[in-house]
Design a binder for this molecule. Structure first.
Ligand SMILES: [Zn+2]
Length: 185
């Protein structure tokens, strides 16, 4: 990939990170997404799962919904999706269903990601649609934002409970991001 393309990816990923910061401000796991069409951002989304009390309210699905409304089509065939954390199985499925040709990912999610970590739903030979995936754009920034969020959460919890939080009780696996030895490279 040439330098201009890398710079462009970074620019859009920075916008996705801004969306993630909106989630952060709401006390949500900071994950953000933007969808680009013809060199313009046509949709933005961030994780609002707790706020909306809805398991479908992931950053990617919120952005996909808006992009489809904007383009008047469930197919997002000429779009690129930028997301700060590797998509889960639900969002990876929606990306394939929407026939999005390219996805750019900042941080990987070793215990729950479905774009190469646990499984790779985006690049499966068996499906009729295969996504081109770029990984590691603004990875450091986005994973340190996530680990900072979980560190704060643990600190808040330990203050609240007045006892030391034990590690390793997070079943989502997301809180492991950015910690030493979890396989992020
Ligand atoms: Zn998801």
């Amino acid at each position: 990939m040439d330098m201009a393309a890398v710079t462009k990816d970074e620019t859009y990923m920075r916008e996705a990170k801004k969306q993630a910061m909106k989630a952060y401000a709401l006390g949500e796991v900071p994950i953000g997404c933007v969808i680009v069409y013809e060199d313009k951002i046509i949709a933005r989304g961030y994780n609002r799962r707790n706020t909306d009390k809805n398991t479908l309210s992931h950053a990617e699905l919120n952005a996909i919904r808006k992009a489809s409304r904007k383009l008047g089509d469930w197919r997002l065939e000429d779009c690129t999706l930028y997301v700060t954390l590797e998509p889960c199985q639900m969002c990876a499925g929606a990306i394939v269903q929407a026939r999005i040709p390219r996805v750019v990912i900042a941080a990987m999610n070793p215990k729950a990601g479905c774009a190469g970590s646990v499984v790779n739903l985006l690049e499966m030979d068996g499906f009729n649609h295969k996504v081109q995936v770029t990984r590691g754009i603004l990875e450091e920034e986005c994973s340190s934002m996530l680990s900072g969020f979980f560190r704060e959460l643990r600190e808040k919890k330990s203050v609240k409970n007045r006892r030391k939080e034990r590690n390793g009780n997070d079943k989502t696996g997301i809180s492991g991001i950015g910690k030493k030895g979890n396989g992020i490279t």
